[in-house]
Design a protein. Structure first.
Length: 169
């Protein structure tokens, strides 16, 4: 039996400070290497979620137009970074907001365009959904936090359904 202390006790078992320092260094190195990947993945997921939320708002507007047999409008305000669905309570009456969505601060509404008009990058654009299930041709461009990451949502005028055109990095 080996004794190291004056009292005759065995040497304590455990890790030395150097061993613990090496393990902490390796963990810090792994965290430093993988953190940027997780941040990019998170930012991509936030952009995709914003696109899905906009598609849901388009479906919401389409269903309200068909079910209530009245035109519904999807307002997209690029300057204020907000969009909302509105519909008149009575035929010929004033529009009442049905649902309002503020854009997640981690993404940005870049531009919106109805039909062949020029894309608006500051003002408000209104896309209409009609009782027969059709809609105005609407295109909305979203940008993520990562440089070059964008998403374009298109509303098909014949079916009134919205879908992403492409996601690019």
């Amino acid at each position: 039996m080996r004794t190291t202390l004056a009292t005759g006790n065995k040497s304590p078992s455990g890790f030395t400070l150097i061993e613990l320092s090496v393990v902490v260094f390796i963990l810090a190195l792994l965290a430093g290497v993988t953190a940027p990947y997780f941040v990019r993945s998170y930012n991509s997921a936030v952009l995709a979620a914003a696109g899905r939320e906009f598609i849901t708002a388009c479906e919401f507007a389409r269903y309200h137009a068909v079910l209530r047999q009245r035109e519904a409008a999807l307002h997209v305000d690029v300057g204020r970074q907000v969009y909302w669905v509105a519909q008149a309570a009575d035929p010929g009456g004033a529009e009442q907001p049905l649902k309002t969505i503020e854009v997640n601060p981690r993404v940005r509404l870049v531009a919106a365009q109805v039909g062949q008009e020029n894309a608006e990058s500051k003002g408000e654009v209104v896309g209409r959904f009609y009782p027969n299930g059709t809609a105005d041709s609407l295109q909305v461009v979203w940008e993520g936090r990562e440089r070059g990451e964008s998403l374009t949502i298109l509303v098909d005028p014949v079916t009134g359904h919205a879908a992403p055109r492409e996601a690019s990095r």
